[in-house]
Design a protein around this ligand. Structure first.
Ligand code: NAD
Ligand code: UDP
Length: 310
């Protein structure tokens, strides 16, 4: 049994990760300040002897005897991370700094949930890990993008300077049950609108693309990365290379929900990336990982979930 700390464990991704780690018999500490996460996400785990929940802000030091850390604490949707941008940058930086400090003291492995946002509005397509990105340092998305880039820098320097056993994964757009209803991300927004018969909001002309990964594939990739040899630090892309325009996604969701909603075009948010698709050659080679769940299969599960909550 491993003792595992998951920061941001009560969020969308964190709750699925905690669930899998608990089911595998690990002793899991879910640390969260409930900024965007909810106790309901881990309700079903509370009371299990190998699960505990700690209310704590990663901008403050934390101490525990542990074998592994998954550092996920950070608001992830544009609406939430832009609400208090200074706090977002602080969470990225101080969260990484204090968790790396803890990893150094207890000599444990630590995995950083980085993001495809480090590539910004990419000039290279699809995005391989060696690509440095195309990021605006002073835009409305910068608090998140630059916060995550700086966290990667801290991780790699703790590895070089202090031999901390680090792992960096760059997560591409992920969706599934327990996404927050109010976080404004495209999959949850469009499903909720379709189920309620409200207008489907497409920002811009809907020709921008994203590659959507189902949550179970991501959790599998995270666990494989943590289990990989200490010589493999990453960064490694974890995402589904299936690329869709936002308009295609909307049409799929309308068809799958048999919705009468009509599409409504809205202004494109500032610095909205035009394309995004992971090159997952490295993940295949080093982790033997590739996504298994198609967009249709994943949407089916996600729609079924949202039917129970909207
Ligand atoms: P989420 O908002 O559901 O989860 C983030 C969790 O972190 C929440 O439970 C929140 O309360 C917690 N948190 C925020 N600030 C905190 C702080 N200062 N101290 C303690 N806890 C704090 O988002 P998510 O989609 O589950 O994302 C989890 C991680 O994965 C984030 O680091 C995000 O950047 C990364 N990521 C997500 C995606 C995606 O598509 N969902 C893509 C790339 C990267
Ligand atoms: N988007 C949209 N309608 C919505 C929400 C989002 O057209 O109701 C677009 C958004 O402008 C972006 C894409 O969908 O081009 C993905 O947005 P999301 O916030 O999910 O993720 P990110 O932009 O961080 O990839």
């Amino acid at each position: 049994m491993k003792r595992i700390l998951v920061t941001g464990g009560a969020g969308f991704i964190g709750s699925h990760l905690c669930e899998r780690l608990v089911d595998e018999g690990n002793d899991v500490i879910c640390l969260d300040n409930f900024y965007t996460g909810r106790k309901e996400n881990v309700w079903h785990l509370i009371g299990k002897p190998n699960f505990e929940i700690v209310r704590h802000d990663v901008c403050q030091p934390y101490w525990a005897e542990i074998d592994e850390i998954y550092n996920l604490a950070c608001p992830a949707s544009p609406i939430h991370y832009q609400l208090d941008p200074i706090q977002t940058t602080k969470t990225s930086f101080f969260g990484a700094y204090y968790m790396l400090g803890l990893a150094k003291r207890v000599k444990c492995k630590i995995l950083q949930a980085s993001t495809s946002e480090v590539y910004g509005d990419p000039a290279v397509h699809p995005q391989p890990e060696p690509y440095w990105g195309h990021v605006n340092p002073i835009g409305v998305r910068s608090c998140y993008d630059e916060g995550k880039r700086c966290a990667e820098t801290l991780f790699i320097d703790y590895y070089r300077q202090h031999n901390v056993r680090i792992k960096i994964i760059r997560i591409f757009n992920t969706y599934g049950p327990r996404m927050a209803k109010n976080d404004g991300r495209v999959v949850s927004n469009l499903i909720i609108q379709a189920l309620r018969g409200e207008p489907i909001t497409i920002y811009g002309d809907g020709s921008q693309t994203r590659s959507f990964q189902y949550i179970t594939d991501l959790v599998d990739g995270m666990i494989r990365m943590m289990a990989s040899g200490d010589d493999f630090t990453g960064p490694v892309n974890i995402g589904n290379p299936g690329e869709f325009t936002i308009l295609e996604l909307a049409e799929k969701i309308i068809a799958m929900t048999a919705s009468k909603s009509r599409i409504e075009f809205r202004p494109l948010p500032e610095d909205d990336p035009k394309t995004r698709r992971p090159d997952i050659t490295l993940a295949k080679e080093r982790l033997g990982w590739e996504p298994k769940v198609s967009l249709e299969e994943g949407l089916k599960e996600t729609i079924a979930y949202f039917k129970t909550v909207v």
